[in-house]
Structure formats: structure tokens, C-alpha cells
Ligand binder design. Structure first.
Ligand code: NAD
Length: 407
């Protein structure tokens, strides 16, 4: 990506979310550049037809799996990482040979406009186009026939997209959200754990699909976590959090008001400040929340971290399994038995042990949800495969030699 494009997109991200330049590059632009480089490095081998193993009946034949493009792909992006969530899927779709229509989220208006300006400058408009608009325009688009749809956004709209796709039996990848839990036990070095959890929670001011949504731990661990969290937040953002250049703003008034309402649940252990004029919400930790509180019912998508007390790892597993399958699950423990217990007994789109968010940045790991948090996955070779039809092919000669073998 050219330097001017990077700056142009970073400025748009600053307008939409007050994202700092550093955060824009780390969490959006550089990920896109890495994904492009990875595709360029491996495209030749990805495209190569596979030569599957033969069975006795086909010993004299040729078997191939060809990687055909799906055709025309619709990519619908979300507002929280408006650049990355639009461009990462496009890279896989182009690599696999498809034409693409991108519909970025209207909620991140400046970024959507920047993409609509830049994409036609660098890509052939006959094959790749950007459609701007909101619900009405997306609803119209979804009436058209596509060969594949990749949607990123909420589960409720995901259902609408899938049902529109059904009309033509169009396959879909749905990258959705949900409540991603964090389990912390007493074996961790809390200064490290708190740092990693709060970094994952506060980046983009918590407006991240894989942000740690809530913490499960015992009361003792909670005490240690809260004490460390105060130090970490002070170190990250200083005394006056609102003045920190590193805290993004909430995308719009609707989400700001929703988050302020959610802060009324439980008790504020850390933070709690906000300013409507600037859509600023201070990183906040809530204790004494109940599973029935709104904050424990809906995806938070903001810098508020509630803590639910559990007695042990079994209790935490039971709690997680009683809810919808999360997009991701964070396990903080040095106890390998507890790590295995949790990995073996929970279902989530991904898991990261003793850190947060990093699983997203590895192009050799498929990224996607399960159940209500999504279907299908992409990134790296998984993107190429998502946008590829695997065409099975058996090629036989008309020679009579193989006649008895295969019949
Ligand atoms: P959003 O409001 O930007 O909507 C996403 C897209 O859907 C937009 O392009 C929008 O125009 C379109 N849309 C909205 N309502 C529609 C409707 N009624 N009919 C047709 N199209 C419609 O984003 P959002 O839904 O608020 O995004 C937040 C959610 O997305 C969260 O749940 C988050 O966890 C999830 N998310 C998931 C991922 C992931 O990769 N799994 C990434 C980012 C966000």
C-alpha cells in the first residue's frame, strides 16, 4: 500500500473513531499490508490444482482438484475496523480470482468514503466496485444474485443476510460477534495478565469483536486483578484519561448512550467517567454484576469490563457453556491441566491462552466464529479457500486398458 494511501486511511480512521496513527497502523493498515504480502508470496502454490490420492478403481486415471473462483463476491463490512474488515476479505477474494462488490459500513462514514475514493484509483472498476449506503442500500444489494457473500457485523443482521442469500442458495461467511469471556486463575502473574487483558479491552475503546467481554474469576483473584488494573490503566493512559491520545472515541451517540446505560449495572471498581460532548468513556471495571444484568446479556462493545465471580474452573466452564458460543475465549492460567480442561470442554471460534487478540493477527490461523458468533472463517490461505470453489475432476483416457479395473 502506498504511503499516501496509508495516511489517507489513517486520517479517515481518526475522523471516525479518533484512532491514533499508531493504532490505525497496528490494527488496520499493517494487517492489510501483511495479508497482501502473504497472498503474493503464496498465491502460486495456493492456485496449483491439488493431486489427490487415488483409489484402486482410479489407479490409471488422473485426479485433480481445481481452484475455481466463485464468481462475484459481495463483501459487507462493519464500522469498528472499517479499513481492515473491508480490505482483508477483498485480498482473499481477489487472490482467488473473483470480482468484488464492497459495501463498507455507513456508520464509519469517513473510512467508507476513503475506500470508495481509493479503490477505483488502484483496482479495475469493471471487477471491483464500492457501493456506499446504509440499511436501504444494503437491502437492495442483497436482492441481487451473488456467488458468495462475506458479511461482518451483528448476529441479528447476519440472519437477514443469510436469509437473503438463501433465495439463490448463495453460500455465506458470517463474521459475527458475541460475549467473549476471560477466565483468570490464581496461578498467573497478575501484573502481566492485567496488562494483556486491558490492552485487549481498551484498544479501539473496546469496540472490537474479539475484545475480552467479561471476566470470570474467584473473589480473591478479582481483588488482585482490580488492584493491578488501576496501575495498568494509569500507566497506559495517565491521570486524565480523557486527555490521552491513545483512547479512541465511541463511534456515535447511540452506542455512547447504550454504554452509559450498561455502566449502571453492578458496582464501579475502576473508572466510571464519561463525557457525552466528546463520546468519551473511561476504561471501567464493574464488580458484583449478576448474570441477568443487561451488561451480562448483550455484547458490550465498549471499554467496560464486568467481573463475574465463579468458584473454580469447572464453574467457569459451566457458565460459558450455558450461553451462546463465543467468538473467542481467553484463558489466563499457567496450570496446563486447567488449560486443557477449558480447551476440551468449551466451544468458541478461537482461543488465546495467556494473551488477548493476537490469534487474529496470525495468517496461518483461520478466523471465524461458531454458532451465533458466526460461520466460516478467513485470513491467509483460509481466505483463498473461502472464495474458491474446489472443483473435483477425474480425467480418464478412452483406452480400454482400464475398463476392467474401474467397472
Ligand atoms: P454495522 O451497523 O456497521 O453493520 C454491519 C453492516 O451491515 C453494515 O455494512 C451495515 O450497512 C449493514 N446493515 C446494518 N443493518 C442492516 C440491515 N437491517 N439490513 C442489511 N444490512 C444492514 O455493524 P454492527 O452490526 O453494529 O457491528 C458490530 C457487530 O459486528 C458486533 O457484534 C461485533 O462483534 C461484530 N463484528 C464481528 C467481527 C468479526 O470479524 N467476527 C468484526 C467486527 C465486528
Amino acid at each position: 500500500m502506498c504511503t499516501e494511501c496509508g495516511s489517507y486511511l489513517a486520517n479517515a480512521l481518526a475522523t471516525d473513531l479518533r484512532k491514533s496513527k499508531m493504532e490505525s497502523y497496528i490494527t488496520e493498515i499493517n494487517l492489510v499490508i501483511g495479508e497482501i504480502q502473504n497472498a503474493l508470496d503464496h498465491l502460486k502454490s495456493w492456485m496449483e490444482p491439488e493431486k489427490p490420492k487415488k483409489n484402486v478403481m482410479t489407479l490409471l486415471d488422473t485426479l485433480r482438484i481445481y481452484n475455481d473462483p466463485r464468481g462475484v463476491v459481495l463483501i459487507i463490512g462493519a464500522w469498528n475496523y472499517p479499513v481492515q474488515l473491508s480490505l482483508m476479505p477483498i485480498i482473499g477474494a481477489i487472490a482467488a480470482g473473483n470480482c468484488v462488490i464492497l459495501k463498507p459500513s455507513e456508520v464509519a462514514n469517513a473510512s467508507a468514503k476513503a475506500l470508495a475514493e481509493l479503490i477505483p484509483k488502484y483496482l479495475d472498476s469493471e471487477c471491483y466496485s464500492v457501493v456506499l449506503g446504509g440499511v436501504a442500500e444494503t437491502t437492495e444489494l442483497l436482492k441481487e444474485r451473488f456467488d458468495y457473500i462475506l458479511y461482518t457485523g451483528s448476529s441479528s443482521v447476519g440472519k437477514l443476510v443469510r436469509s437473503a442469500a438463501n433465495q439463490y442458495l448463495t453460500p455465506v461467511t458470517l463474521e459475527l460477534g458475541g460475549k467473549s469471556p476471560v477466565y483468570i486463575d490464581s496461578t498467573v502473574d497478575m501484573s502481566v495478565a492485567a496488562r494483556r487483558i486491558l490492552w485487549g479491552k481498551c484498544i479501539n475503546s473496546g469496540q472490537t469483536c474479539i475484545a475480552p467481554d467479561y471476566v470470570l474469576c474467584t473473589r480473591d483473584v478479582q481483588y488482585m486483578f482490580v488492584e493491578e488494573a488501576k496501575k495498568v490503566l494509569q500507566e497506559f493512559y495517565g491521570d486524565n484519561k480523557k486527555e490521552s491520545p491513545d483512547l479512541c472515541r465511541i463511534i456515535n451517540d447511540k452506542h455512547f448512550e447504550r454504554l452509559v446505560d450498561l455502566m449502571k449495572d453492578g458496582e464501579i471498581a475502576v473508572g466510571g467517567g464519561y463525557d457525552a460532548s466528546d463520546r468519551f468513556i473511561e476504561p471501567t471495571i464493574l464488580t458484583n454484576v449478576k448474570p441477568t444484568d443487561p451488561i451480562m446479556q448483550e455484547e458490550i462493545f465498549g471499554p467496560i469490563l464486568p467481573i463475574m465471580n465463579v468458584d473454580n474452573a469447572y464453574d467457569a466452564i459451566k457458565f460459558i457453556n450455558s450461553r451462546e458460543r463465543p467468538l473467542t475465549f481467553y484463558i489466563f492460567t499457567t496450570d496446563k491441566t486447567v488449560q486443557s480442561l477449558m480447551l476440551d470442554n468449551t466451544v468458541s471460534g478461537s482461543v488465546c491462552v495467556n494473551d488477548t487478540m493476537l490469534q487474529f493477527c496470525v495468517d496461518t490461523l483461520p478466523f471465524g466464529g461458531v454458532g451465533q458468533s458466526g460461520m466460516g472463517a478467513y485470513h491467509g490461505k483460509y481466505s483463498f479457500d473461502t472464495f474458491t470453489h474446489k472443483k473435483s475432476c477425474l480425467i480418464k483416457s478412452l483406452n480400454k486398458l482400464g475398463e476392467n479395473l474401474s467397472r
